[in-house]
Design a protein around this ligand. Structure first.
Ligand code: PCA
Length: 322
């Protein structure tokens, strides 16, 4: 009788676990109200729908579960099954991830879509090698410069401390004669308030999210590149899913990518308007500043091709051939 009871109990435990949803915590680096994070929520809803509730994702925005700088490692090691990060932050380990931060290579949404199409194969290969699977990517609006003074050329940047968010932004800042300070968006307001940084490179989006008009006065539009955030899954976790569940996740990811990209484009001018409404001067970079940045971009593109070898060349050739 005892044996029978144990058998019944373990059979029902098995049944319960099969019917139970996989609960996934998903760390994201940016504020809850940012369109990237809002799309994390949309993605989670779609995943529940398309996997018939088998995968139940909870979003943790704003670096609340893992700070931005820790999300990749958390997913790689399985501490979190899924997470979101700006992909180019990985470039300090492998230059291939800088594909979307090469100034003036792809400056519009249309060009950015082509560049990702060209980059996808090689980039996914590198991600798989470090135990990650990319589900979707979504671009930030074009990148420009925030300062607390008028800046007309590199001369005016020399000696300033500017916040960077990856190796590429640090290189741009150094090339302009400034000092880069790597800081997560979640800590940006604090860094500006305490004088750790005098300005930064980013889109209108992050300036708006962090209300930087409280500390800064000028935004120079350049739109030199559109870096992407991406949602990654631990490869072991991914490989352990059945084909239907994988297909459900991928369908949710594809739809979210399209919606998130459209939202990014729709909001890009709106962010500029918000910065201006809050008192910032939002203007095009001067011809001189732009020319200096273009020269830096050309150097960075050449260096990237050199450091990434065949895979970088494959991306560039595919993109240029589109
Ligand atoms: N915002 C992010 C990355 C690029 C962007 O537009 C940031 O500043 O951290």
């Amino acid at each position: 009788m005892k044996k029978l009871l144990i058998a019944v109990a373990s059979a029902s435990a098995l049944f319960a676990s099969a019917a139970q949803a996989e609960k996934w915590d998903m760390p994201m680096a940016y504020s809850a109200t940012n369109f990237h994070s809002e799309h994390g929520v949309i993605f989670a809803d779609k995943v529940r729908e398309y996997t018939d509730g088998k995968v139940d994702i909870t979003i943790h925005p704003g670096g609340s579960l893992f700070g931005g700088g820790d999300i990749k490692r958390a997913v790689q090691t399985g501490q979190a099954p899924i997470g979101e990060r700006i992909m180019s932050a990985h470039a300090n380990e492998d230059a291939i991830y800088n594909w979307d931060n090469l100034p003036f290579l792809a400056t519009t949404y249309e060009a950015g879509a082509k560049l990702w199409e060209a980059a996808k194969g090689p980039v996914n290969k590198h991600l798989n090698e470090i135990n990650l699977v990319a589900l979707y990517t979504c671009p930030w609006p074009g990148q420009g410069f925030y300062f607390k003074k008028e800046v007309n050329s590199a001369k005016d940047v020399a000696g300033t401390k500017l916040r960077s968010y990856n190796a590429a932004t640090a290189q741009v800042i150094e090339s302009l004669g400034g000092t880069p300070v790597q800081i997560e968006a979640a800590e940006l307001t604090q860094a500006l308030a305490t004088g750790v940084a005098d300005g930064f490179i980013s889109s209108g989006s992050t300036g708006y999210d962090r209300k930087v008009w409280e500390h800064l006065s000028h935004y120079y539009k350049v739109s030199a590149w559109q870096p992407r955030n991406y949602v990654m899954v631990n490869k072991g976790v991914w490989d352990g899913l059945d084909a239907d569940t994988q297909a459900g996740l991928q369908k949710a990811a594809d739809e979210t990518a399209a919606s998130c990209t459209a939202k990014s484009e729709e909001l890009s001018d709106w962010y500029y308007e918000q910065l201006a409404e809050n008192g910032m001067s939002v203007i095009d970079a001067s011809d001189e500043f732009r020319a200096e940045l273009e020269a830096i971009g050309a150097t960075m593109q050449a260096e990237w091709l050199e450091s990434t070898g065949e895979d970088g060349k494959a991306i560039m050739d595919a993109y240029k051939g589109m």
